[in-house]
Design a protein around this ligand. Structure first.
Ligand SMILES: [Ca+2]
Length: 132
């Protein structure tokens, strides 16, 4: 009899934990859940929105044309859409260009630099990793 009651209490506790877990998952992973900490070491990361929100695109090399490249979490096109950058490549600066093929106006980042809002917002189309 006693052991039956004990199992009942454990059962209710587990049920409450399961519901709590489900709620935290739903709240903790909205569509635009990216943060600057999603940018792993060795990568330069671009984010669709300012303040490292809205999706992330991570690269270890130069990209001459963003057409066909995408942010993930959530997925959306990279070209003419980046709004914040974290240079986490650990070794060198990067250049970010208005046009493909490393042309047009550009700006540079420094190693470890975090840029929550960038010049050329929603205009970037290529970047050079370690340009000099
Ligand atoms: Ca944007």
């Amino acid at each position: 009899m006693k052991s039956t009651k004990f199992r009942g209490r454990v059962g209710r506790t587990l049920a409450v934990l399961a519901v709590t877990g489900a709620v935290s998952i739903a709240v903790g992973v909205p569509a635009s859940a990216t943060t600057v900490s999603d940018c792993n070491y060795y990568y330069v990361c671009m984010f669709k929105d300012s303040s490292y929100n809205g999706g992330i695109a991570s690269f270890t090399a130069s990209v001459s044309n963003y057409s066909g490249h995408y942010f993930i979490e959530p997925i959306s096109g990279l070209n003419d859409a980046a709004s914040s950058i974290y240079n986490h490549n650990g070794s060198c600066n990067t250049n970010h260009y208005e046009n493909s093929s490393y042309s047009g106006t550009y700006f540079s980042t420094i190693v470890g630099g975090r840029y929550s809002t960038i010049a050329l917002n929603d205009q970037l189309s290529s970047h050079k990793n370690c340009p000099s």
